[in-house]
Design a protein around this ligand. Structure first.
Ligand code: ARG
Length: 508
């Protein structure tokens, strides 16, 4: 009998871990499936997933209930026996995962507990199914919840970004390429750039959700069953949008995990860029993170470090590890079920947990950050970052852009950026004509001013405050739709839960 099952060992957990959690050797380990013959020996703990199955304990109980209800509805199971099994499942649920008897996995342990409680008739619960379709259903049942939580975290982060963008549509800041001052821009535009990326992350998570939310149940081991099962009914009771049709595909497929974790890896990559930018902006005094999202040094008393964002950035490693773990575990597996699949699943849990938490933390850090308008405005024109605007002004006056680029490049080389006299002198040397023939002094000087330089860049998707305000409006509308799409799926799952409860109550 195992004691503590709270810890969920990762894919790298040692056989010893497993032995503590339901794989102890010895002949006292008789279970429903393994009997006495497959009960002991040194490999028992290594083969067990009982501890890790804590993650799918609730899912497994739901799957058991739906299956038993369907068997009764189909006349495969006597209603009284169904009622006894369903009551026993309630007791198992109330006692919790930590009270399960020994077993190779949660599926077997729950069945053992049911048989212990109901007697031989409890063994009818496993009619017309296998642990193969059962576990695949449990994983999808749980993973879809995790995908919704991840999608909700992206929605929260997008809300924080858009609300800050609204406040800072006209807050100037330096923009960078190659980490060098490039062109002045607005904080609102920078914030919206991440919101746009995160909108795609939300979409990818919802796509993954829709392919995850299909029921394998009723596929049995891989080859169907002679019992007259109603797969659509169990799918409906469990809130799935339909079934995974082919029975062999149903038990084998884990591509939904790859897809979901790939979406998490993309999301984590977005987060890592956001974190790196914010860490740099905090260093340069452009933004102050709230103390809640910072830490300090054990020796340097003045330090305020952006640790939460560094850790958020690091979850890109967890996501990449999870994706790699899944792909390498799944590669080359033959049809149909192979036990390798047991070690695939924890990679998904770890990746989704790490990145979802990081997304929630990033949302809090963005929502509470203070942008220092003064420092930002002062730095916006650093490094003659208005140079492109000056070249554009010349080109708009009729100077070929390449010539204008050459003129402004010479001014920059002289270290005279921002000096109208220098632009005029170099331009007239290159053009052999007065600069005013092309462009007025006011226009050139306006281009040298970071605020009007940015305001002029009002092309679609540009950083001009007017464009940023419009972008925030559009993005807020799309965000509302995405939040609704996530909410709809949550509500559908909740009503499925109620449907299942109501169906169960017909028998208990
Ligand atoms: N613990 C197993 C897993 O996670 C459940 C399925 C076991 N099936 C089997 N044929 N041994 O994949």
């Amino acid at each position: 009998m195992s004691e503590d099952r709270d810890g969920v060992p990762g894919p790298g957990s040692s056989p010893e871990d497993g032995a503590d959690h339901g794989g102890a050797a010895g002949s006292g380990d008789h279970t429903a499936v393994r009997g006495d013959r497959f009960a002991g020996g040194p490999a028992r703990g290594f083969m067990s997933s009982l501890a890790a199955d804590d993650r799918i304990f609730a899912a497994d109980l739901a799957v058991d209930r739906a299956h038993v209800v369907m068997l009764a509805e189909q006349g495969i199971l006597d209603p009284d026996e169904a009622g006894a099994i369903l009551s026993a499942l309630d007791d198992v649920a109330a006692a919790g995962h930590g009270s399960l008897p020994d077993g190779e996995d949660a599926h077997e342990a729950i069945e053992t507990a049911v048989i212990d409680s109901v007697g031989e008739a409890g063994g009818r619960m496993h009619t017309a199914r296998s642990r193969n379709d059962e576990v695949a259903t449990c994983i999808r049942h749980r993973f879809r919840e995790d995908l919704l939580s991840a999608a909700e975290a992206t929605v929260a982060l997008r809300e924080a970004l858009l609300s800050a963008a609204e406040d800072h549509a006209d807050t100037l800041m330096p923009g960078f390429t190659h980490a060098q001052p490039a062109q002045p821009t607005t904080v609102g535009h920078w914030l919206c750039s991440y919101e746009s990326a995160l909108a795609r992350d939300t979409a990818r998570l919802l796509d993954a959700y829709d392919r995850t939310n299909r029921s394998p149940l009723g596929a049995a081991a891989f080859a169907g069953t002679p019992f007259d099962v109603d797969r659509e009914r169990t799918a409906e009771l469990l809130g799935f949008d339909g079934v995974v049709d082919n029975a062999t595909d149903a038990v084998t497929a884990r591509d939904f995990l790859v897809e979901g974790v790939a979406a998490m890896a993309n999301l984590a990559t977005t987060l890592s860029g956001l974190s790196t930018d914010l860490i740099g902006f905090a260093r340069d005094g452009y933004v102050d993170l709230d103390d809640d999202y910072a830490s300090t040094s054990s020796i340097m008393p003045q330090k305020k470090n952006p640790d939460s964002l560094e850790l958020a950035r690091a979850t890109a490693g967890d996501a990449a590890a999870g994706l790699n773990g899944l792909l390498t575990t799944l590669k080359g597996l033959p049809r149909a079920y192979n036990r390798d699949l047991q070690r695939a699943t924890p990679h998904a849990w770890e990746a989704v947990d790490a990145v979802t938490e990081a997304t929630e933390i990033a949302a809090g850090a963005v929502a509470t950050a203070e942008w220092n308008r003064h420092e930002l405005a002062a730095a916006a024109g650093d490094g003659f970052s208005t140079a492109t605007g000056v070249a554009d002004a010349l080109a708009m006056g009729g100077v070929p852009f390449r010539t204008a680029h050459r003129i402004v490049a010479r001014v920059a080389e002289l270290g005279m950026g921002g000096d109208y006299g220098a632009v005029k002198a170099v331009a007239e040397e290159e053009l052999d004509e007065p600069l005013e023939t092309y462009v007025s002094r006011e226009t050139v000087e306006a281009a040298m001013d970071p605020a009007s330089n940015v305001a002029g860049r009002d092309s679609a998707g540009g950083p001009a405050p007017s464009e940023v305000e419009a972008a925030v409006d559009d993005a807020s509308e799309a965000l509302g739709a995405d939040a609704g799409a996530v909410e709809d799926r949550r509500i559908a799952l909740e009503s499925a839960e109620n449907r299942l409860d109501a169906a169960v109550s017909e028998y208990v």
